[in-house]
Design a protein around this ligand. Structure first.
Ligand SMILES: Cc1ncc(COP(=O)(O)O)c(C=O)c1O
Length: 428
C-alpha cells in the first residue's frame, strides 16, 4: 500500500494530496494509483512468468484501468457482453480474452464468437450444446475450457466461495467426464482447457493445491478420452490485505502451485481481479453530520451502500480513516493507523434509507466533525464496479493518479444521466 501514505499530516495518493482531489472533483470519489495497479500486475507476472494474466474485468471495469493493463500486457477475463464490449473498446487482443460466466445468453455467446475471443469457459451441458449449435451455424472453430467444480473449500466468505459442490458454478467431475464423452458436440468445439475458480480473497495456497490435484487428475482422464488439453485456467481469488490478514505472497503461492503444473504440459491462464486492484484504490467521502449516542458517535457520510456495497453485502471490513491526521509520523502504514487516546467508538454510515447502509460499524476513530474528509481504504476492487443508483443517487466520479498528476477517468453521474433511459416515457 506504499502508494497511499500520510505525509505532513495528510493522506497522499502517489504525489497528490487526497484533499486536493476531493476539493477539485467533489465527493464521493474513487481514487486509484496508476503505479499501485502496475506494481501489483508486475508482482503477479514476475511470480508466474509463463502465465497469461487475464485481468478480471468485474473487479473494476473502468476503461482507463483496462487500457493501462492492456498496455502492460494483460489479457482479460470477462463474464458478460458488457465486459467484452469494454475489453474490446480498449483494443484488447481478442485471443487474450477468456469469456467465463455461469449464465451467458445466446446473443452474448454470438458476440464472443464473432469477436474471436480466445477461449469460452463453459459451465453446463446446456451451454455446451448451445455453443455447439451456434459454432456450427456461424461456421467457426471455437476453443473451449470446461469449468469444473472441484468441491474445494477456499476458507473465505460464503458469498465468494465458488468451488464447492453446492455452488452454482461449473460442473462436477462426473458430469464433466460424461460431457467429454459427447462426441456429437465436438465437431467445431475443441476442449483445450480446464477451468477452475474456487473463490475470492483466498489467503493461502492450500485450496489451490487441492483443486489443482483434482484438475490434473481430470486432465489425464480427458486426454485419455482423446481431448487435447493444453491449458489450465486457474481463475482468480488471490487475497489481499484489508488490515491484518495473514497472507501468502504471490511468490509463495507460485512456489506451491508452479511445481504441480510443471509436469502437465499446459499453459497457465490466471484471472486475478482483487489482487491487482484492491489495494490500488480508495474511496473519499465527506462527513455530513455527526450524531452523539451514549456509547458511540454516528458519522453520516456522503458515500453509502450504493457507492460501496461490500460492507453491507459481505460485512467486509475496510479501514476508514480521516484524510487529515494529528500525527507527525511520515510513511505510516495506513492500514494500521489508530488513535492512542481521545478517540471513540464510531459508526460510519451512509445517507441511504436502509439500516444496512454503512461503511464501517463500531470503529475506534478520532472524534469526527461535519466536513471531515475520510478515506475508505482497499476499495479499488469491487467498489465502483458494484455501485448502483439506489435511492436515485448519481454514481461517484473516479480519478486516476500518476505521480503528481491526476485525471478524472469517470465523471460523476448527473441527475440527467439518472433519467436518460426513461426519457420520453413521462405522461403529462
Ligand atoms: C470466474 C472468475 N474469475 C476470476 C474472478 C476474480 O476473482 P478475484 O477478484 O478474487 O481475483 C472471479 C470473481 O468472482 C470469477 O468469478
Amino acid at each position: 500500500m506504499t502508494h497511499f501514505r500520510y505525509q505532513q499530516r495528510e493522506l497522499y495518493c502517489e504525489g497528490v494530496p487526497a484533499s486536493s482531489i476531493a476539493e477539485d472533483v467533489g465527493t464521493p470519489v474513487y481514487v486509484y494509483s496508476r503505479n499501485a495497479i502496475l506494481d501489483r500486475y508486475r508482482e503477479l507476472q514476475d511470480a508466474f512468468p509463463q502465465a497469461l494474466i487475464c485481468y478480471s474485468v468485474k473487479a473494476n471495469a473502468n476503461l482507463a484501468i483496462l487500457s493501462l493493463l492492456r498496455d502492460a500486457g494483460a489479457g482479460f477475463d470477462v463474464v458478460s457482453g458488457g465486459e467484452l464490449y469494454r475489453a474490446l473498446a480498449v483494443g484488447a487482443d481478442p485471443e487474450h480474452i477468456v469469456f467465463a460466466g455461469v449464465g451467458k445468453r445466446e446473443d452474448e455467446i454470438l458476440y464472443a464468437l464473432r469477436s474471436g475471443v480466445g477461449m469460452l469457459n463453459v459451465e453446463s451441458e446446456n451451454e455446451l450444446s448451445l455453443l455447439a449449435v451456434l459454432a456450427k451455424r456461424e461456421g467457426r472453430q471455437v476453443d473451449v475450457a470446461l469449468r469444473i467444480n472441484p468441491d474445494v473449500d477456499p476458507a473465505t466468505h460464503r458469498y465468494i466461495t465458488t468451488g464447492k459442490r453446492e455452488n452454482k458454478f461449473g460442473v462436477d467431475l462426473e458430469t464433466a467426464r460424461s460431457l467429454l464423452a459427447r462426441k456429437d458436440l465436438f465437431g467445431r468445439l475443441r476442449v483445450r482447457g480446464i477451468h477452475v475458480h474456487i473463490g475470492s480473497q483466498i489467503t493461502s495456497s492450500d485450496p489451490y493445491v487441492v483443486a489443482l490435484a483434482r484438475v490434473l487428475e481430470f486432465i489425464s482422464i480427458a486426454r485419455g478420452m482423446g481431448h487435447d488439453i493444453d491449458t489450465i485456467d486457474l481463475g482468480g481469488g488471490f487475497g489481499i490485505d484489508y488490515g491484518g490478514e495473514d497472507l501468502a505472497s504471490a511468490k509463495e503461492m507460485a512456489a506451491d502451485i508452479l511445481p504441480l503444473l510443471a509436469k502437465s504440459n499446459c499453459r497457465l491462464v490466471m484471472e486475478p481481479g482483487r489482487f491487482i486492484l484492491g489495494n490500488a484504490g480508495i474511496l473519499l467521502t465527506r462527513v455530513l453530520y455527526v450524531k452523539d449516542h451514549a456509547d458511540r458517535a454516528q458519522a453520516v457520510c456522503d458515500a453509502g451502500m450504493n457507492d460501496l456495497l461490500r460492507p453491507s453485502l459481505y460485512d467486509a471490513n475496510h479501514k476508514i480513516w480521516p484524510v487529515r491526521v494529528e500525527t507527525d509520523e511520515d510513511q505510516v502504514d495506513v492500514l494500521k493507523m489508530s488513535v492512542a487516546s481521545g478517540g471513540r467508538a464510531t459508526d460510519v454510515v451512509g445517507p441511504l434509507c436502509e439500516t444496512g447502509d454503512f461503511l464501517g460499524l463500531d470503529r475506534f476513530m478520532p472524534g469526527l466533525e461535519p466536513n471531515d474528509l475520510l478515506s475508505v481504504f482497499t476499495t479499488g476492487a469491487y467498489g465502483s464496479s458494484m455501485a448502483s443508483n439506489y435511492n436515485s443517487r448519481p454514481r461517484p466520479a473516479e480519478v486516476l493518479v500518476t505521480g503528481k498528476d491526476f485525471a478524472v477517468v469517470t465523471r460523476r453521474e448527473t441527475y440527467e444521466d439518472l433519467v436518460r433511459r426513461e426519457a420520453g416515457f413521462v405522461s403529462r
